[in-house]
Write a protein that binds this ligand. Structure first.
Ligand code: FAD
Length: 298
């Protein structure tokens, strides 16, 4: 896929490239809005795992891989690119600020279409979050210059973060939870092991693995899915999913959510429908915001 030149500001940012995010992007494109779709170029990994889909209206007995391919080629036919970047934090303000893998951008409205994780946090992770535990090594890297860190990664993107930390002079232990690890900076030590827990009083002091304990200053956990309340501080949750109203609005003005991240049923059709509706509601929000800004100037 071609390299996309990023702007520093968009009207709308869509985070997540599964059925919900892709449907949101399609509607934003049809409405001719200035938006960015963030995720992975290959679309939804979860959808790709569905062996046989029987409940997608109009496409009986299609595999998840095939449906994902149809979705991607539909986007391509409308010149919509998925920008291959993970969002590690969203800050609400007069505009939203999004922290990407290696840059920052702003948006007036945001749609969260980040899916849902079934993975539990490691023991100690939540307690030490922000005190040595983090979800973006690139963002916090400079704090760990010449220090000892572990990067636990469920995706190959963690390799860039490990290399980056090594270039800062950190001693890096890389713990992958996926099959094929690429070639890493020779200063990075790779360990395939189990995580028993993250320990420390006020800050991270050690990481307990199967059969050994590493003394460390920081632990980064890079999952495919970042818990939504950790992605956006102040986001209201309900039983571990994002609380939205009938218009898919969250408790933060201008922030919408759609798909698995707002709760069951965990279905493709529901994700597509909600993604489309969230985009249209976000556009209404943007238009009202513009109108109010204009009135404020008169
Ligand atoms: C084995 C299996 C079989 C299934 N079978 C069926 C079926 O037969 N029928 C059915 O209707 N449904 C089925 N499902 C469920 C279906 O796949 C999901 O409901 C659907 O994919 C949800 O779409 P979504 O867009 O909400 O989330 P997802 O498809 O999970 O997409 C979310 C995307 O957001 C990206 N993302 C997350 N966080 C970030 C971030 N911080 N920055 C950038 N990107 C981010 C992720 O990488 C992911 O690609 C199945 C699921 C599985 C696992």
């Amino acid at each position: 896929m071609e390299q996309v030149q990023l702007q520093s500001r968009y009207e709308l940012a869509i985070i997540g490239c599964g059925p919900a995010g892709m449907a949101a992007a399609l509607n934003a494109k049809i409405r001719n809005r200035d938006f960015i779709l963030l995720g992975t170029e290959s679309g939804s990994a979860k959808l790709g795992k569905a062996p046989q889909i029987e409940n997608y209206l109009g496409l009986p007995q299609i595999s998840g891989v095939e449906l994902n391919r149809h979705f991607l080629s539909h986007l391509e036919s409308r010149q919509i690119s998925i920008v291959n970047q993970r969002v590690s934090a969203v800050y609400a303000g007069s505009r939203f600020t999004l922290m990407l893998t290696d840059q920052v951008l702003e948006a007036e409205a945001v749609i969260l279409a980040t899916g849902v994780s079934m993975q539990k946090p490691f023991p100690g992770e939540a307690q030490l979050l922000g005190r040595g535990v983090g979800y973006c090594a690139t963002c916090d890297g400079p704090l760990y210059k010449d220090k000892r860190v572990a990067i636990i990664s469920y995706t190959p993107e963690g390799e860039h973060e490990a290399d980056f930390m090594a270039t800062l002079g950190a001693q890096v232990v890389y713990i992958p939870f996926y099959k094929d690890v690429g070639s890493l900076d020779p200063r990075v030590e790779v360990k395939r092991t189990m995580i028993k827990g993250i320990h420390g009083q006020d800050r991270v002091e050690s990481l307990e693995l199967a059969g050994e304990t590493l003394l460390l200053d920081g632990v980064f956990v890079l999952r495919e899915f970042l818990p939504a309340e950790q992605l956006v501080s102040g986001l209201e949750m309900y039983e571990q999913v994002i609380r939205v109203d009938n218009s898919l609005k969250t408790n933060i003005a201008g922030l919408f959510a759609a798909g698995d991240c707002v709760g069951p049923p965990y279905q493709i059709l529901k994700a597509v429908g909600q993604g489309s509706a969230a985009a249209l509601n976000a556009i209404t929000y943007l238009d009202e915001r513009k109108k109010n800004d204009g009135e404020g100037k008169n």
